[in-house]
Design a protein around this ligand. Structure first.
Ligand code: UD1
Ligand code: UDP
Length: 378
């Protein structure tokens, strides 16, 4: 009998960043298993850029991205393409991370073909099916199918146990995104804005539930912050989605000391987070990474499935009301005591060994020789 074959499915930027360390850990065990990377191509430039940061290229690319495509069109194309890929590749195990449409469809495609599915970053919940949309549904659906749940934190594990998932199949690993950030953080230095001596405010926003007026309110608040804080350079790392750009570009185009940037490549983006005094974001991954560098984060959402940063005091949920965002950010920028209270370097999301634990647990599931896996204690 040949070696078991594992197919890791990615499609979006966060899929690439959080799956790459697992792919690399499995590829290091080529003596025990064969690992293949399949991309749905849900994202294009942003995915290629993120995989490139880890020297990875997909073994198969379904190239399904179409400009501004609907969730239904995306899901249909991904399911059809993945089903064909699984039929041809005949894997013994399929895995994917998090809560994107690619991940949900990968779990469904594996289920239809009765192939065990491993869910990386399992168990995050807001308990509000519409927030974030459609991600809360995607991750709950992936959990129904999963044979192994790799929970980043104890809290995520508890969520899964509360839903009745078998404790023997749930493992606390830490978040593989922390492995990723540690892998690139020490790369060649990137001197962001060498001409600028003052503070940097970093902004990212892309969430579907923030499209339209909430994103316009965020942009207006950011503009006011630039206008009222003369030492501030505002760096807006723009998502590629044209819907997001249509809203924020007209409001921020001529704001003072404001740079509207194409999304920086991952290692450079990590340096940009480190250079920043404050981050305003609705991103899941950025919320997890910034605490590792002691950079306060204001989360531009009404709910979060990542309460650990809020509990640790490095992140605060502020929603999308213009006045609230402006006032919360101003308070941190103007009050050194309030700022110092949030600027603590803690890593509530992982210790950098999540991918090793995940890979070993997959290998043991497949009957391969691998060390016993202990949960991340935190
Ligand atoms: C997706 C995920 C979201 C994740 C986010 C990370 C779903 C439903 N949403 O949202 O969970 O937080 O990725 O960024 O899975 N586009 C490009 N080039 C790219 C990427 C996107 O042009 O490299 C444009 C296309 O017009 C595309 C649109 O952005 O149609 C939206 O992409 P899509 O993957 O549907 O949703 P995101 O908002 O990126
Ligand atoms: N990121 C990046 N360049 C950017 C913005 C984000 O490399 O311009 C990285 C970021 O460090 C994090 C991931 O992309 O690891 C988060 O992706 P995104 O915000 O698109 O998705 P989410 O995490 O919200 O699903």
């Amino acid at each position: 009998m040949g070696k078991p074959r594992v197919v890791l499915v990615v499609g979006t930027r966060p899929d690439a960043i959080k799956s790459a360390p697992v792919a690399l850990a499995l590829l290091r065990r080529s003596d025990a298993c064969e690992t293949l990377l399949v991309s749905t191509g849900q994202h294009r430039e942003m995915l290629d850029q993120a995989l490139g940061a880890f020297g990875l290229t997909p073994d198969r690319d379904l190239e399904i991205m179409r400009p501004g495509q609907s969730l239904a069109a995306l899901s249909c194309a991904a399911l059809e393409g993945l089903d064909r890929a699984l039929a041809e590749m005949e894997p013994d195990y399929v895995m994917a991370q998090g809560d994107t449409t690619t991940t949900f469809i990968a779990s469904l495609a594996a289920f239809y073909r009765r192939i065990p599915f491993g869910h990386i970053e399992a168990g995050l919940r807001t308990r509000d099916l519409l927030n974030p949309f459609p991600e809360e549904f995607n991750r709950r659906a992936a959990a129904i199918v999963a044979s192994q749940h790799f929970a980043p934190t104890r809290w995520a594990k508890e969520n899964l146990l509360a839903e009745g998932h078998d404790p023997a199949r749930v493992l606390v690993t830490g978040n593989t995104g922390i492995d990723a950030v540690l892998m690139v953080a020490e790369r060649e230095p990137q001197d962001w804005f060498p001409e600028h001596r003052g503070r940097v405010l970093l902004v990212t926003t892309h969430r579907r539930e923030n499209w339209g007026e909430p994103q316009a309110a965020i942009a207006r608040a950011v503009r006011r912050l630039a206008e009222t804080h003369g030492d501030l350079l505002v760096a807006v790392a723009m998502h590629r989605n044209p819907i997001v750009r249509e809203t924020i570009v007209p409001i921020l185009r001529d704001a003072p000391r404001t740079v509207l940037m194409e999304p920086p490549e991952y290692a450079k983006f990590v340096k940009l987070m480190q250079r920043s005094s404050l981050i305003l974001t609705d991103s899941g991954g950025v919320q997890e990474e910034a605490p590792a560098f002691g950079v306060p984060v204001l989360v531009l959402r009404e709910t979060t499935e990542r309460p650990e940063g809020v509990q640790a005091g490095t992140a605060k949920l502020v929603g999308t009301d213009e006045r609230r965002v402006f006032e919360e950010a101003s308070r941190l920028l103007d009050d050194p005591a309030a700022y110092a209270a949030m600027a603590q370097a803690v890593s509530p999301y992982g210790d950098g060994r999540a991918s090793e634990r995940t890979a070993n647990a997959v290998l043991r599931f497949l009957g391969c020789d691998a060390p016993e896996v202990n949960e991340w204690e935190h």
